[in-house]
Design a protein around this ligand. Structure first.
Ligand code: BMA
Length: 320
C-alpha cells in the first residue's frame, strides 16, 4: 500500500477549538469512514488533555483534505445507559438499507462493550443499545444481510496482555435478527503466535468483491520486549459463508515505519479503521481496478491515509 505523500492527513492541530472541552487537544486517530452522497466522511476519535474521548465528523470532496465540524457527535439516548461510560471510540461505519450504522467500543466499569448508533444525515444520531454481552471490541457490520440475518465480525477480549489491557486473539462471526441481540456463529481467524499477527481484530467493515469479502484487519506482534507492534493485513472470506477464510496475507501490508507511526501516544501503531472504495459495479461488487482509501490511526496520535486498489489487496491477501 502507498502512504499519501503528505501524511498524516489529520493531526491535533487540525481540530477546531470547541470550548470548553476541546481546546488544544492531544490527539486524533482511528476514524470510521464511509462515502456519504458524493462526500468522503470520517468520524474521528479525538482526545483532550483530560484523556477524555470525543467523536467529531469530517467531510471531504477528495478523501484527502477534510473539513472538521465543530460539533461533537452525540448519540441520542446514550444518557439512559445505567452506570458510567468512560469512552466511546474506534467507530466503524456501515451503510445498511440506506441507514448508516456506527459500531464502536464503549469503556464501562464492567469492561469494554460494543455500542450501536444509527444516522441518516450524520447530524442526528440515535443510540440503539449495547450490543455485546461480554467484553468485546472491533465490531464491524457486513453491509447486507445473509440468509435473513445481519452479520458482523467482532473480537471477544480474552487475552490479558502483561501490564496492559485485555486483548483478543480471534476474529469471530456473529449473527442477529435485529442488530441488537447477537449470537456467535464461530471463529473466522485466530492470531498466529510468533508472527506479525499474534492478536487480531477486524479493521474497516468487509468489502464485497466478486472473489469474496475483503477484510482488512490489524495484527499485533507481542513478542518484542518493550513494545507491541500494530500492523495491518488483509484476508479474503467466502462470499456465501464468511466463516470460511479463502486466503490470508502472510505478510503485513502496512507497518509502522514513518516517524508519525513510530512515535506518539502509543508508539509503533498503524490501526486501520475506515476504508472507502471508489467504484462498485452494478451488482454492488467493488471493481478490481477501483482505488481504495484506507484511513488509519498512527501511534494513537494522528490519522494517516494509505492508498491501494482492490486488485492489489486481493493479491496481497493471497500471499500465503
Ligand atoms: C487497541 C485499541 C485501539 C488502539 C490500539 C493501540 O487495543 O485500544 O483503540 O489504537 O490498541 O493502542
Amino acid at each position: 500500500m502507498e502512504r499519501y505523500k503528505n501524511n498524516p492527513i489529520i493531526t491535533r492541530k487540525n481540530i477546531p477549538a470547541i470550548p470548553p472541552h476541546l481546546v488544544d487537544v492531544s490527539s486524533v486517530f482511528n476514524p470510521g469512514a464511509i462515502k456519504f452522497g458524493d462526500k468522503y466522511l470520517l468520524m474521528l476519535r479525538v482526545q483532550n488533555r483530560g484523556r477524555e474521548t470525543f467523536l467529531l465528523t469530517a467531510q471531504s470532496d477528495n478523501g484527502i483534505h477534510f473539513h472538521i465540524y465543530n460539533k461533537p457527535v452525540h448519540f441520542k439516548g446514550i444518557e439512559n445507559v445505567p452506570g458510567k461510560i468512560y469512552h466511546c471510540y474506534d467507530p466503524r461505519i456501515t451503510k445498511i438499507d440506506n441507514i448508516y450504522c456506527i459500531m464502536f467500543a464503549m469503556d464501562l466499569d464492567s469492561g469494554c462493550r460494543l455500542g450501536l448508533a444509527q444516522t441518516v444525515d450524520f447530524e442526528n444520531f440515535e443510540f440503539m443499545g449495547i450490543v455485546s454481552e461480554d467484553d468485546n471490541r472491533n465490531g464491524v457490520l457486513f453491509p447486507e444481510k445473509m440468509n435473513g440475518k445481519y452479520l458482523r465480525l467482532d473480537r471477544p477480549n480474552k487475552v490479558q496482555l502483561q501490564d496492559g489491557p485485555t486483548s483478543g486473539s480471534a476474529i469471530c462471526l456473529s449473527e442477529s435478527d435485529n442488530l441488537l441481540h447477537w449470537q456467535t456463529v464461530g471463529v473466522v481467524a485466530s492470531g498466529r503466535f510468533h508472527y506479525w499477527d499474534e492478536l487480531i481484530g477486524a479493521g474497516p467493515p468487509p468489502i464485497k468483491t466478486e472473489q469474496g469479502w475483503l477484510q482488512i484487519y490489524h495484527g499485533v506482534a507481542t513478542h518484542f520486549g518493550s513494545s507491541n507492534i500494530y500492523q495491518a493485513g488483509v484476508m479474503l472470506l467466502d462470499l456465501e459463508n464468511p466463516l470460511k477464510v479463502i486466503s490470508r496475507s502472510r505478510y503485513n501490508i502496512l507497518e509502522p515505519r514513518e516517524m508519525y507511526e513510530l512515535v506518539g501516544q502509543v508508539p509503533n501503531v498503524v490501526f486501520p479503521s475506515g476504508a472507502i472504495v471508489n467504484e462498485f459495479d452494478a451488482k454492488g461488487f467493488a471493481k478490481l481496478e477501483s482505488r481504495i482509501f484506507i484511513y488509519y490511526g498512527a501511534a494513537d496520535t494522528c490519522v494517516g491515509l494509505a492508498i491501494s486498489t482492490i486488485k492489489t489487496l486481493l493479491k496481497l491477501a493471497m500471499t500465503e
